[in-house]
Each structure stands twice: as C-alpha cells, then as structure tokens.
Design a protein around this ligand. Structure first.
Ligand code: SAM
Length: 238
C-alpha cells in the first residue's frame, strides 16, 4: 500500500481527506519510526505498506466511533510509538492530545517526532496509567481515553476510566475477540463507573482479521481507590 492508497482508503473508509501537508507528515512519521526502530524497540512492523494499514489506517478507524471537536481533551494510554493518538492528531489538529507512555525511550521518540512535525497541543507524559489515574492533574480530566494493544479489557478499564471525566468516553481498539473481552470486563466497568455503549467492527484493506472498537461511556465517578497501585490491575484484574 502506497501513500496514494492511504489517501484513497482514508477517504473511502473514514470519509477523511488528507491534504498534502498531512501526507507529508505521515511519510515523515513512517520514516522516523523505521529509523528509530533500529535502536529502540518501537514496532514489530517494518514494512512501509503494513505501517500504513496496521498503524495509520487502524488508528484513524477511531473516527468511526468519535466526532473530534475543537479543544477535545484526548489521552492515548500506552501509546508506544504514538498509536492511535498521533495519526489522529495529524488529521484532527483541533484536539488537545496527551500521549501517555511508561517507557522513557519511547517518549523520547515521541518528543523528537512531535518537535520535527512542529505539532502544537500535544503533551507527552512518561508515566504509568495507574499513577496518572491518581494524579489530580490528570484524573478525570479527559473527554476521551484511547488505547490499543495495551492490556486485556478488565485491566485496561482500570487504566482508562479513572482518566476520563463523567460524561466522557473510552475507546479500546481490539482484535477479533472483543465481545468475549467485554463479557469478562463487566465487573470492572460497573465498579469503575463505565458502561458499554457499543462495539464497532472495522475491516481494513489487506488485514484478514476483523478489528473492533469497544466504546465505553463513563456514567459515574470512579471510586477513589482506583486505579490501584502500579502493577496491581494486571496482577489482580477486577
Ligand atoms: N499503543 C501502541 C500501539 O498500538 O502500537 C503501543 C502498544 S505496545 C504493545 C503497549 C505499550 O503500552 C508499551 O509501550 C508499554 O510500555 C505501554 N504500557 C503498558 N502498560 C502501561 C501502563 N500501565 N502505563 C503506561 N503505559 C503502559
């Protein structure tokens, strides 16, 4: 898949028109990702065509679940090399994006990239989700909390819901077994103030398996004891 196909698929799948500047930003992103990947473990995907489908288009699929409005406060938890938050920020410059990632080597890449692309309204936090969820500066401060490939849903709910304001939403980018994950996360959602809104199927070009967007509404404040200490949510999921 080429840059042309990124433009065409964005239009056909998500009704997004990528301008020249945005196309240039994506190719710079892919180039830097591969260059840094030589020394920092950022991605297992090293084929440029697959970067387009599995990183860029997959990230943009969040558009199927969300209307991005001006000033919307978005956090991407366990963002790694910036997915899905950064590709979304490239096409929705009006959002206020926080990229949250525990590994300093990865946030060093993000700092470099954000500077290179000259992006404003992007904050990079080197932190664990469990700590950010208890920090008054970030707890319940976001309209939208996103994550892809970070943890099973019962654990992820404890990372995402404490960051989200009541009335806001969480979107988890999941693979084929999203419905089963939602089933196993029922207790976690109830305890943390969440409720399943819907599950959206996503078919991407040249990707065999169906992806799913799990959309969770935050309907009540998260009790103060959550998230628990770093490591506890994954050790003892709710
Ligand atoms: N979201 C990116 C993507 O889809 O390409 C990265 C996925 S990578 C498999 C998972 C990332 O989540 C890692 O970079 C890891 O450091 C980060 N992570 C895992 N648990 C975390 C936590 N509790 N708080 C912050 N980051 C976390």
């Amino acid at each position: 898949m080429t840059a042309d196909q990124l433009v065409r698929s964005s239009r056909e799948l998500f009704d997004l028109e990528l301008g020249r500047d945005v196309q240039r930003a994506y190719s710079l992103y892919a180039e830097q990702l591969l260059a840094w990947n030589e020394r920092v473990n950022l991605t297992a995907i090293t084929d440029p065509e697959t970067i387009v489908t599995r990183h860029f288009l997959d990230s943009l699929s969040v558009k199927m679940a969300v209307t991005f409005t001006t000033g919307m406060r978005v956090v991407d938890v366990g963002t790694g090399a910036g997915f899905p938050g950064l590709p979304l920020r490239l096409v929705f410059p009006q959002i206020e994006l926080t990229l949250l990632e525990a590994t300093a080597k990865k946030t060093a890449f993000l700092q470099h990239l954000v500077q290179l692309l000259g992006l404003t309204n992007v904050r990079i936090l080197t932190a664990r989700a469990e700590d950010a969820g208890q920090d008054p500066a970030t707890r319940e401060k976001f309209d939208l909390a996103l994550a892809r490939a970070v943890a099973p849903l019962p654990v992820l709910a404890e990372y995402l819901l404490p960051l989200c304001r009541v009335g806001g939403r969480c979107v988890a980018l999941k693979g084929e077994h999203a419905a089963a994950e939602v089933q196993s996360a029922q207790d976690a959602l109830r305890i943390l103030g969440g409720r399943l809104a819907r599950i959206i199927s996503v078919e991407l070009p040249q990707v065999v398996e169906t992806h799913h967007l799990v959309v969770i509404e935050k309907i009540a404040a998260t009790p103060p004891q959550y998230p628990r200490r770093p490591g506890i949510p994954s050790k003892r999921p709710l």
